[in-house]
Write a protein that binds this ligand. Structure first.
Ligand code: 9MR
Ligand code: ZN
Length: 594
């Protein structure tokens, strides 16, 4: 790839418009009619450790005129076309949420919402509790996790965590309707879609509060449509990983849905169900303090989501129970004690993936005034320090490669695109911490959450706090965040946009059973690929990618390559958080300048 751009495009008002090219010299930016809008020279050469090439940055941040453009080199090479416009991420952001609708299990997908991607109701039978023949449970519903038809609690909880925080902190980025069956019912569609998953999760809880780790068949289905997959589904054993994640997720959802009850669609009742499920899971956790981890039974090949420690899951649960208690003005002492006990073990609190959810505990304590107050200044300070230190580390990482992105060579793992976007989430949280100027513990509970619309208060709208050092730091973090999104949307060595349907060269062959079996050429739009993987894990990728290939180049747009090119619900939700943040930020800036 010679000229790498964000193929979707760049926010008109912002100054962060960058491309990367492989030859130094003079370049122009042309519009569709061929008129030159900008002319400039490449910047300093960078020997890039991620793709192993020498590359040059191009900065056309001074162009603010909306339009469709391409870059042209001194000798006539053209880049992919892209847009410069206000709210340029709107389409891809909404498509990445809507994609989840296509994963709905247990119901038919109708043409009205699914267009050509219809299918009959799938996986409608009851499931058997594994190891207890004849013990059936009704756990229909939820989203298929990924290219397979399994449904797993820990990735589900993380997906809901990304989406509910994205919505809660950046509500204005979630105002469009997505054409799903519930659209127009008065609830934001992101909450409607999440509810579909939450209703399934509720069914995965056992009487005693424990939660089954996953609901899958023994082996992955062939590449058939979901309604043709007639395998028996099993609820596999209770794990403390699933129960703690479930607890956190239900407590968070109880708070969010209760705070969004403007529509009168029964959110209050729903919130009460979520709350009681969270409490029962918490009780199970206190009665079962030892880790109860999960491994697949010998010979079963469906997803494992194995995880060697449950401390981070328990930390997240404690943090969300604190926010819930604060919200309901109850005593949070028990949760605070558990939170501090785990924090004292020194675990990192900056990640948002299915293996390590401790970042969500930081998110809870640093964004919820009541929880911050309950936690106490010293504990809040520990989270704040950890988040800002990690943000500084990531920003420094961004200065060491040609893409300006917070990735090291070793970060290109299975699902590397979530590492990319989860780092965007951490940076977004750091910006928020800086904006609040460390005053969240002193602030009163705002009215705003009670209507569910988190309008920035006058105090913080479009704001940069007084001192310019803080403003510079925020700008630096946001610059890296933008680089993460640019990478995802095409500014990378593969030349692909990693979101289906978005960009002139979007990848087209996700490892996704419905797409493989539906006979339709194009996949549905809005799926984030797992992305380059320096340690390819599937047969074709191992065969095709020579050892020693630089990690960013370890990618193939091939359906067979599940270790490079699958899609999942949680890779999408993580990306949605970042696009949501950038959209809301742009909107706030616009308001400020109006
Ligand atoms: O996303 C998971 C990735 O981090 C792991 O390295 C990989 C191997 O254990 O599993 C991935 O999760 C898969 C899950 O087990 C089953 N559904 C598809 C998921 C995406 O590939
Ligand atoms: Zn299904």
């Amino acid at each position: 790839m010679a000229m790498m751009v964000n193929q979707v495009g760049y926010e008109a008002m912002a100054c962060r418009k960058k491309a990367v090219v492989n030859r130094p010299g003079s370049y122009v930016l042309k519009n569709a009619a061929g008129a030159i809008l900008w002319q400039g020279q490449t910047g300093v050469a960078v020997s890039d450790p991620l793709c192993g090439e020498t590359l040059y940055p191009l900065d056309f941040g001074s162009v603010h005129t909306p339009g469709k453009y391409y870059l042209e080199s001194f000798d006539g090479d053209k880049s992919d076309t892209f847009t410069i416009d206000r709210d340029v991420l709107e389409g891809v952001h909404n498509a990445m949420i809507k994609a989840l609708y296509f994963q709905r299990c247990g119901c038919a997908l109708e043409e009205k919402y699914a267009g050509p991607y219809i299918h009959a109701a799938c996986h409608t039978e009851d499931s058997e509790v594994y190891g207890e023949p004849g013990h059936m449970i009704k756990a229909q519903g939820g989203w298929h996790d990924a290219g397979d038809y399994g449904r797993y609690i820990t990735p589900a909880a993380v997906t809901i965590g990304h989406l509910l925080y994205a919505y809660w902190l950046n509500t204005m980025a979630f105002k469009e309707q997505l054409s799903i069956p519930e659209s127009g019912n008065g609830m934001p569609d992101v909450l409607n879609e999440c509810r579909y998953e939450l209703e399934w999760m509720l069914k995965m809880q056992r009487e005693d509060g424990g939660v089954y780790h996953k609901l899958t068949a023994w082996s992955h289905a062939d590449f058939v449509m979901p309604e043709e997959d007639k395998d028996t589904f099993y609820a596999y054993s209770i794990s403390s990983l699933a129960t703690a994640d479930f607890c956190a997720c239900m407590a968070l959802a109880a708070r969010v849905y209760r705070g969004s009850s403007a529509s009168g669609m029964g959110e209050k009742e729903f919130s009460l169900r979520l709350e009681s499920a969270a409490r029962r899971a918490w009780k199970w956790l206190t009665e079962n303090p030892e880790p109860l981890l999960f491994t697949n039974p010998e010979g079963s090949n469906t997803g494992e989501y194995g995880d060697g420690a449950d401390a981070d899951e328990r930390l997240w649960a404690a943090a969300e129970m604190m926010t819930l208690a604060a919200w309901l003005q109850e005593d949070a002492r028990e949760y605070v004690e558990e939170l501090r006990r785990i924090l004292d073990t020194g675990l990192a609190v900056t990640d948002f993936g299915w293996t390590d959810v401790a970042g969500f505990a930081a998110m809870a304590v640093l964004t919820d005034f009541g929880a911050a107050k309950a936690a106490g200044e010293e504990t809040v300070q520990r989270f704040r320090t950890a988040v800002l230190a990690e943000a500084d580390r990531l920003a420094a990482l961004g200065e060491r490669n040609a893409f300006g992105m917070a990735m090291g060579a070793e970060d290109f793992c299975w699902g590397s695109n979530m590492v990319v976007t989860n780092r965007g989430i951490l940076l977004a949280l750091a910006c928020r911490v800086l904006e609040m100027g460390g005053r969240e513990a002193d602030r009163p509970q705002t009215e705003t959450h009670q209507t569910g619309i988190v309008q920035p208060s006058d105090e913080t709208a479009g704001m940069l706090p007084g001192d310019s050092e803080t403003a510079r730091r925020i700008a630096r973090y946001e610059e890296v965040m933008q680089a993460q999104v640019d990478y995802l949307l095409g500014k990378n060595i593969t030349g692909y946009s990693f979101v289906t349907g978005f960009g002139e060269h979007a990848y087209r062959h996700p490892h996704l059973r419905t797409t493989a079996a539906d006979g339709i050429d194009d996949p549905m739009a809005g799926w984030v690929s797992g992305g380059p993987n320096g340690k390819p894990g599937d047969e074709l990728a191992i065969k095709m990618i020579p050892a020693g290939t630089p990690p960013m180049k370890c990618y193939l747009d091939r359906e067979e390559c599940y270790s490079l090119n699958e899609m999942t619900i949680y890779w999408n939700s993580s990306a949605v958080f970042v696009t949501g943040y950038l959209r809301q930020k742009a909107w706030e800036k616009e308001k400020e300048q109006a």
